[in-house]
Write a new protein. Structure first.
Length: 478
């Protein structure tokens, strides 16, 4: 049975806890009668927990609710730091959560209701922030509340049903890639340029080459040491440690042999285990200065006043083009992924080289469609050519007109009944056979679509929905 006693001017309660053991607990400044009531209540609660009438999780949720939300946010920061997340990611995520907590005027976990969070995001949106920023804030807050559930501090994540906005309707920063000639001029001009942001022109040019040839981010480039470059491998590679990679794993990126041949003599003599590209945090400003310098050189190369005026009015080598698309340091990565996609690589290969977890990220956000590729993919419409004779020649060349084989294709690649060489009997003239073949009447084009169906039978062993509509031509060749 619970009892109380006095020590040092304070009353203490003695009772059996949930494990049936004697426990002592201070009653603070309470008097004797109040201390007896608390002792009895604590013992009764311990008995209920011991006999299963009270769920310990209910008390855990109650204690977490009573704790100020700021303490939970600090515990969340500690968790992210312990996961070895980058300091930049931890700072940004916690700042997002603190911003929502302040906007909701939340003092306890229960104050982060879906309605309050939606209203807070609407206020942030009304202040001029982009939908992308609002989505990032929402993602951070949902991560926080999800962690609270996983830790047993909250019953459920009530924010999980809040949907992110469609950022495509409010894109503030659209990155572009530089054409090859503009990129070459940027690197060439930078290499001969002065020191900027603590880096000489040679180092900046090499950094731009590596960024364009690997798709590495600024922080990943800044982490590279001479040991990261394996120029003698086949193919040459550059490695990024897991501590500096965005997805926290070791990455080994293959590079073009010509790029390796350019980097190898420059790396000779670099101090071991020291960054070869100590890029500044303001790398975007550094790149913009180099873009301006390259643009001035390009404009100055104009031979006439008209050409000078034309170049001055264009957006070549400009930070922002006519459409509002920008070229910043991360645009090197956009150009790299776009070049990989334009080269015809598979989706899996593009994802691997871009080092993304989801190929949809690679295709949607990084692969830019090039105008030359679009023009080459546009199909021609029959009957719209300016010279009708050329279209008839094409039909004859493909073997679909007058049953004549394509003269531009190798004979071994011809298909159809007459494409195989005829084996003649002893004494038979192959020339005579070819003359007989030329004397045959061609099948009129009007009957091409009807003739096969007259000798066709319904296919019973093929699935429905195939292109031939389950019609199999009854032919010895097939």
């Amino acid at each position: 049975m619970a009892s109380v006693f006095q020590r040092g001017g304070r009353w203490l309660a003695k009772y059996r806890n949930e494990r049936g053991l004697w426990a002592t607990r201070s009653c603070g400044q309470a008097d004797k009668q109040t201390a007896k009531g608390w002792a009895a209540a604590w013992e009764a609660g311990a008995l209920d927990r011991r006999e299963g009438r009270i769920d310990p999780k209910d008390e855990q949720y109650r204690d977490a609710e009573a704790q100020p939300i700021g303490e939970h946010v600090e515990a969340f920061r500690t968790m992210l730091t312990g996961k070895n997340d980058t300091a930049e990611h931890v700072k940004e995520t916690v700042a997002h959560v603190a911003r929502i907590v302040k906007a909701c005027k939340a003092e306890r976990l229960s104050d982060l209701t879906p309605e309050a969070v939606r209203n807070a995001l609407a206020a942030i949106r009304a202040s001029g922030r982009s939908l992308r920023t609002c989505n990032a804030i929402l993602r951070s807050v949902k991560t926080f509340t999800g962690w609270m559930v996983a830790e047993g501090h909250a019953r459920s994540n009530d924010l999980r049903h809040i949907k992110a906005s469609n950022v495509d309707i409010d894109r503030r920063r659209i990155r572009r890639e530089l054409p090859d000639d503009e990129l070459a001029l940027l690197i060439q001009t930078t290499e001969a340029g002065p020191v900027r942001f603590g880096l000489d022109g040679k180092a900046r040019a090499m950094a731009y080459r590596c960024a364009a040839g690997t798709g590495f981010r600024r922080s990943e480039l800044s982490s590279l040491t001479p040991e990261s470059f394996r120029m003698d491998d086949s193919p040459p590679t550059i490695a990024v440690g897991a501590a500096y990679s965005k997805h926290r794993r070791d990455d080994t990126q293959p590079i073009d042999p010509d790029l390796a041949a350019t980097l190898k003599p420059w790396l000779a003599g670099k101090p071991a285990r020291k960054p070869v590209f100590p890029l500044p945090l303001k790398s975007a400003e550094m790149l913009r200065d180099d873009l301006d310098a390259a643009r001035q050189v390009w404009i100055g190369q104009a031979r006439t006043k008209a050409e000078h005026a034309e170049r001055s009015g264009s957006s070549a080598l400009a930070y922002c083009d006519e459409s509002g698309d920008v070229f910043d340091f991360h645009s090197f990565r956009v150009g790299y992924v776009s070049a990989v996609v334009a080269g015809g690589a598979s989706v899996a290969t593009c994802k691997e080289l871009a080092r993304h977890a989801d190929p949809r990220t690679t295709i949607k956000h990084y692969a830019k469609t090039r105008s030359a590729d679009v023009r080459a993919a546009i199909p021609a419409v029959p009957g719209t050519r300016s010279n009708p004779e050329s279209e008839a020649v094409e039909l004859r060349a493909t073997g679909t007109y007058e049953h004549r084989p394509n003269p531009r294709a190798p004979q071994a690649h011809q298909t159809g009944r007459n494409s195989q060489p005829r084996i003649t009997k002893h004494g038979e003239s192959a020339t005579e056979d070819s003359q007989n073949a030329d004397s045959r009447k061609p099948l009129p084009r009007a009957d091409i679509g009807n003739a096969p169906r007259q000798i066709a039978r319904r296919c019973t062993d093929e699935p429905e929905g195939i292109r031939t509509l389950n019609i199999r031509i009854d032919s010895p060749v097939l």
